[in-house]
Write a protein that binds this ligand. Structure first.
Ligand code: CP3
Length: 337
């Protein structure tokens, strides 16, 4: 890799000595891009689309063709795991993911570990195809066991907190057995992605914020279990939503955090961790002058930091104009070069 293309990995290792700011965007591929929508319209089912490795490769490359990005992320989803463990998922327009079954509806729902990893081979094949075609590092990813348990419990995106908390109180050992079963499949899932070419792994704990004092028991413990088995030369990034990272930093060996929009990167930038995220994607609605000013502010603030990666605090939403994203990224890139 050329030096331009290693700044992302250097920053993950807190060793980016250049002024260039490494950049990638949460959900950089997806519905805000017309070229994504064109391919998406050929499939009624999202999973039918992502089971095609060549399509996953194309969707991964789309944002890289448009923008000066320093990392690619495999086009797939965190919900591949419950799907492969026998609980299929559909995406219904306007409703998000809908599971065929859920713990709320069926308390004896079972996760099948046998052959789950074989059913995920399309992700590894996509990883290999992507890796052969890019000149920037590739991010592999998984949901956290807790976040996937939340989907399994509600069968959709959660609308309240109390039901899952009531369940945890009465069914703690059952919950641990679901979390353990998913952690074991994820262990193989992450290793196969690394083996197929992923240069680092991001763990999405998007629903970690539903937990408070029980976060360590039901979420962090399993994230740590996964992390400790990942080879030490593969950086790991943890995305948390709805939590500040102070207490997490002390209880994990993970050294890169992707902040959501509610935390503040400046509170953490001088700690001995790498850091990315926090930027509110709705700022991409700003006009050209404002976007260029924002890029200048980011550059001036972080150009001398060895541990900073520009990224968002939540995924890009479909209402964002891709040209505005381009204006911001081109400006940031022109300042660095
Ligand atoms: O470039 C990329 O980052 C795309 C790859 C990617 C997708 N999902 C594709 C996708 C990644 C990294 C994800 C992660 C993901 N998926 C998370 C963690 C990040 C976060 O936002 O908290 C979560 C919670 C999911 C679960 C999920 N998948 C939901 C809630 C939805 C529906 C609503 C939505 O945000 O779109 C999905 C579907 C999904 N995953 C789409 C894409 C492009 C849209 C599906 C469609 O086109 O119909």
């Amino acid at each position: 890799m050329t030096s331009k293309n290693s700044i992302f990995l250097n920053a993950l290792n807190r060793k980016n000595t250049q002024e260039n700011i490494p950049v990638w965007l949460l959900r950089q591929a997806g519905r805000y891009l017309p070229e994504y929508m064109k391919i998406r319209s050929e499939y009624s089912d999202f999973f039918d689309m992502i089971r095609q490795p060549a399509i996953c490769k194309e969707l991964t490359l789309q944002p890289l063709r448009r923008y000066p990005l320093d990392a690619a992320i495999t086009f797939t989803d965190i919900l591949t795991i419950p799907d492969a463990m026998g609980v299929p998922v559909k995406f219904i327009k306007g409703k998000g993911p809908i599971f065929s079954d859920s713990i709320i509806k069926n308390s004896s729902i079972e996760l099948k570990s046998k052959d789950a990893i074989k059913k995920l081979d399309y992700v590894f094949e996509a990883t290999r195809l992507i890796k052969a075609d890019i000149n920037v590092p590739l991010i592999g990813f998984t949901g956290s066991p807790w976040t996937l348990f939340v989907y399994l419990f509600y069968g959709e995106s959660p609308k309240n907190r109390h039901e899952i908390h009531d369940y945890l109180k009465l069914n703690s050992s059952k919950t641990h057995s679901y979390l353990k079963a998913m952690t074991e499949v994820m262990h193989d899932y992450v290793h196969a992605q690394i083996h197929s070419g992923a240069d680092c792994i991001q763990i999405f704990d998007s629903w970690g914020g539903m937990l408070d004092k029980d976060y360590e028991e039901f979420s962090l413990m399993y994230i740590n279990e996964l992390a400790k088995n990942i080879p030490s030369n593969i950086p790991i990034i943890l995305y948390t939503r709805g939590k500040t990272i102070d207490s997490i930093i002390e209880s994990t060996s993970i050294n890169c955090f992707n902040l959501d929009i509610s935390d503040n990167i400046d509170h953490h930038i001088d700690k001995s961790i790498a850091i990315q995220g926090n930027f509110d994607p709705s700022k991409f609605h700003s006009d050209t002058d404002e976007l260029e000013n924002l890029a200048e502010m980011v550059f001036e603030k972080y150009k001398n930091k060895n541990n900073y990666i520009f990224n968002l605090g939540s995924g890009i939403t479909p209402d964002i104009d891709p040209d505005k994203v381009g204006i911001f990224l081109e400006k940031l890139s022109s300042l660095s070069s």
